[in-house]
Design a protein around this ligand. Structure first.
Ligand SMILES: Cc1ncc(COP(=O)(O)O)c(C=O)c1O
Length: 433
């Protein structure tokens, strides 16, 4: 069967609001390390990892063997009504790594459910459904997670169980705070927070939820230290701080294990997903016991933290720590970031190369302006594929290339991908606007 047949069948039976990448979508049929092969036999270096989720890489023996061991036991599922050794072990590790004192962990199947659980415990703990969220954010596809998502393109319904007030994101390219220096941005964002609390809330706000680096938003991030400045204000009235680390966790940013650590602050709740399962459905929330225990009824996830996904999660985490992949993300990320910045410095269609570690983005604009150039972004995106490199797209205006390779990326692979990326960007830049 050809990919064309599969595409037609896909379109006939799956909803159109679940988009496919590329003019000619591809089916990945095998993978090894950082490379995948499509149904036509073309091999690609993968700099997107199924949206930052294949965090260790493809076909990693340690992870495969851990999952196979669990399968061989015959117990694929037991429900959380029974003790699950793999789940307890993983919770112990995550509680310890979280940096949150006296932590408890609740496992879910997706980042959406992790944020939903964080919002559940925060609103119960504070007896308030008022939440502060950040513009240009993405937190998931359930009503509450959509409700705190500040991106029109990902807001599929206005229905919202929460009352949400919006903060500026303190990004550098656009918005009211963008022309300020980093210190001025922090001051202005704190002023914004105080004003929002005074004018848009009834005072008893439950929590602020924020991504350290906005994933879907195009890897936009505020100046380091902003979260600590915000938290000072939140602490005045006991408002909780939720760090959504679904994309930024596990050392991806290179400089820290969690994105929140760039800010000198400890969150009350932290949500994780994507990379921890390396493709197996595994996510959750970790938080201070007194907050996480604020659930006045049974709250149960049939599949959350099941024996197979937590077997994978333990193997992923052990591999990550044993191989110090955070240091590798810093090292290989620097090769990419430095190489990209040097190679596009003369291009006036590239507004910014940004990000941290192995979470890097290139934003395209119409030359000489800050007007997003989506068409040129798509050209660079397709040219990467033609050159044998998979990358992601994103940003509020769809004008950002996103790179989030597996954290096992080698220096040679970083250089190989960089060459393809630079060629693709320069080819896209040559086409007149
Ligand atoms: C920061 C962030 N939070 C939450 C989610 C939702 O995760 P999931 O798609 O697993 O529900 C995503 C997904 O892209 C994300 O990037």
């Amino acid at each position: 069967m050809t990919t064309d047949d599969l595409l037609a069948r896909h379109r006939a039976v799956l909803p159109s609001w679940m988009p496919l990448y590329y003019d000619e979508p591809i089916e990945l049929v095998s993978g090894s390390g950082r490379r995948v092969t499509d149904a036509q036999g073309r091999t690609y270096l993968d700099f997107f990892g199924g949206v930052l989720t294949t965090m260790i890489g493809y076909d990693i023996p340690e992870i495969r063997e851990a999952v196979e061991r669990q399968l061989r036991s015959g117990v694929v599922h037991s429900s959380t009504l029974y003790l699950i050794r793999q789940q307890v072990e993983l919770a112990e590790k995550i509680a310890q790594l979280s940096g949150i004192p006296d932590a408890r962990v609740f496992f879910t199947n997706s980042g959406t459910e992790a944020n939903e659980a964080a919002l559940l415990v925060a609103t119960n703990h504070r007896r308030s459904h008022q939440i502060l969220a950040v513009r240009n954010s993405y937190h998931g596809r359930s009503y509450a997670a959509m409700g705190v998502t500040g991106n029109r393109g990902w807001s599929a319904s206005p229905l919202n169980p929460l009352q949400v007030a919006w903060l500026h994101s303190a990004e550098r390219l656009r918005g009211l705070l963008s022309r300020l220096s980093a210190d001025e941005q922090v001051d202005a964002a704190v002023e914004d927070l105080r004003e929002v609390l005074a004018t848009q809330t009834a005072g008893d706000v439950a929590a602020l939820i924020a991504e350290p680096i906005q994933g879907v938003g195009g890897f936009v991030h505020p100046p380091d230290g902003l979260f600590a400045a915000w938290k000072k204000v939140l602490d005045e009235t006991g408002i909780l701080f939720i760090a959504d680390e679904v994309q930024t966790g596990w050392g991806r940013t290179g400089e820290h294990f969690w994105g929140y650590q760039a800010h000198g602050v400890t969150p009350d709740l932290l949500t994780f997903a994507k990379g921890i399962g390396n493709g197996f459905a595994l996510a959750g929330v970790v938080g201070r016991a007194e907050v996480l225990e604020s659930v006045p009824a049974i709250s149960f996830s049939t599949f959350g933290g099941n024996p197979v996904s937590t077997a994978a999660g333990n193997a992923v985490l052990d591999y990550l720590l044993d191989h110090d992949l955070q240091a590798n993300a810093a090292r290989t990320g620097a090769i990419l970031a430095d190489g990209l910045r040097a190679a596009v410095a003369d291009l006036d269609c590239v507004a910014e190369v940004r990000g941290k570690g192995l979470m890097l983005a290139v934003e395209f604009v119409h030359p000489g302006t800050r007007e997003p150039d989506r068409a040129r972004t798509v050209r660079a995106f397709e040219a990467c594929k033609a050159g044998g490199l998979l990358v992601g797209k994103g940003g509020l205006y769809g004008n950002v290339l996103r790179m989030g390779p597996p954290l096992t990326l080698t220096e040679a692979e970083a250089r190989e991908g960089l060459t393809i990326l630079v060629d693709a960007i320069r080819a896209a830049a040559e086409v007149p606007a």
